[in-house]
Design a protein around this ligand. Structure first.
Ligand code: SAM
Length: 361
């Protein structure tokens, strides 16, 4: 769009289209652009399209994430949209000849029927990414070296897949087994140490999803990126395996509403590990501050440890990120040991494709 017409749109509109454009532009970690030609091209189209800008800018602030728009389109494809269905199917199987052309076609569909996006924007981005369990395994092993049993509380658990973080094999190379998490450890981490047993697994989420529910499964799939067939196959494998895994209690509500209830379900005699992965990013600044205060108080007062894996957009007080060297788009891992204050532990790919530990403890 011409610079002048963009300015006119901005002045005429109370929506922050400039902000929406930036969000589309920076939606993917730069390292992922090369391997995701379709999503890269689609994001490029979305950031130039006035309607797509307006759709994203109109989403409630805490969910103003391009992934929500991408997931809405993917959902339409999974539901069998006559144009989107075949495009996304080809993308999943690596058979999309011209990614740019396919992305332009998707935008035409949005312009013709914006409802396929706008009708789904009440939802939340609820990607439940098992790859983060590869990160959790390494961090938990390091954090609770002395404990053979822990309680686990996941804040923002979505469908609760990562409450079973200890059920996944982790390898550096793909062994072809769908459940295997593939994670490159860029620095040595201890994957030999047996993980602690888990006395209680408790999830908290305002909109918990159920892997046994067909609509919830469809939304969880829509939140995946179509070009990552491995993630789709893994999701199917998780759905099949989940009934045989340990049970978890899931509490409906926000962290502020349900953390005390979750703690009450824990075995007090063992360390409780509370974790959040890509959740605080969706909190308001006030919620982030309250959550930080609650968690740091718990760690100081009791036998609680806290693991936070979030975007660098989340700024935890006293945790210096600005000067830290890290790959653009990486997620920060901050840990708080019992009786300690928060400390930057390391960095990882947002989906746990690689991990780098920076602390020496
Ligand atoms: C992007 S998903 C991440 C899910 C999971 N943690 C993972 O890493 O796979 C964010 C989740 O946080 C939940 N959430 C949003 N606001 C929340 C809040 N105030 N308290 C607890 N969970 C929240 C959403 O419902 C959603 O399921």
């Amino acid at each position: 769009m011409h610079v002048f017409s963009r300015l006119v749109v901005t002045f005429m509109d109370t929506l922050d289209l400039h902000d929406a454009r930036k969000r589309y532009h920076f939606a993917l970690p730069p390292e992922d652009y090369g391997r995701l030609p379709f999503y890269s091209a689609l994001l490029g189209e979305l950031e130039e399209d006035p309607l797509a800008l307006r759709l994203l800018a109109g989403v409630r602030a805490e969910q103003r994430n391009p992934m929500l728009v991408l997931a809405a389109l993917h959902l339409a494809a999974l539901r069998g949209h006559p144009i989107l269905g075949p495009i996304y199917e080809e993308a999943r199987h690596g058979q999309l000849g011209d990614a740019e052309k396919a992305a332009r076609r998707v935008l035409e569909v949005v312009r013709e029927t914006k409802e396929i996006v706008s009708d789904e924007l009440w939802r939340s981005t609820q990607t439940n990414e098992p790859g983060r369990s590869a990160v959790l395994q390494a961090v938990v092993a390091d954090l609770v070296k002395e404990s053979s049993v822990i309680n686990l509380i996941e804040v923002g658990c979505s469908a609760g897949i990562n409450l079973c973080f200890d059920q996944f094999p982790v390898r550096a190379e793909d062994d072809g087994v769908p459940l295997t998490l593939i994670c490159q450890d860029l620095t040595p981490v201890d994957r030999e140490r047996p993980l602690p047993a888990v006395a209680a697994r408790i999830g908290i989420d305002p909109q918990p999803l159920d892997l046994g529910d067909i609509d919830d499964r469809l939304w969880l799939k829509a939140c995946l990126w179509p070009e990552e067939r491995r993630r789709h196959d893994r999701f199917d494998a998780v759905v099949a395996a989940r009934p045989a895994w340990p049970t978890a209690a899931v509490l409906r509500g926000t962290a502020a509403e349900r953390l005390t209830d979750a703690l009450a379900l824990c075995d007090e005699s063992v360390t409780t590990v509370v974790f959040n992965t890509w959740v605080a990013y969706y909190f308001s600044p006030d919620e982030q501050r309250e959550y930080f205060n609650a968690l740091t108080d718990l760690c100081l007062e009791g036998n609680v440890a806290w693991i936070s894996m979030e975007s660098t957009m989340v700024k935890w007080p006293g945790v210096e990120l600005d000067g830290a060297a890290h790959v653009k788009g990486a997620s920060q891992i901050v840990v708080t040991r019992p009786d300690s204050s928060p400390q930057l532990w390391g960095w990882c790919h947002p989906h746990g494709r690689w991990l780098e530990k920076i602390t020496t403890s």
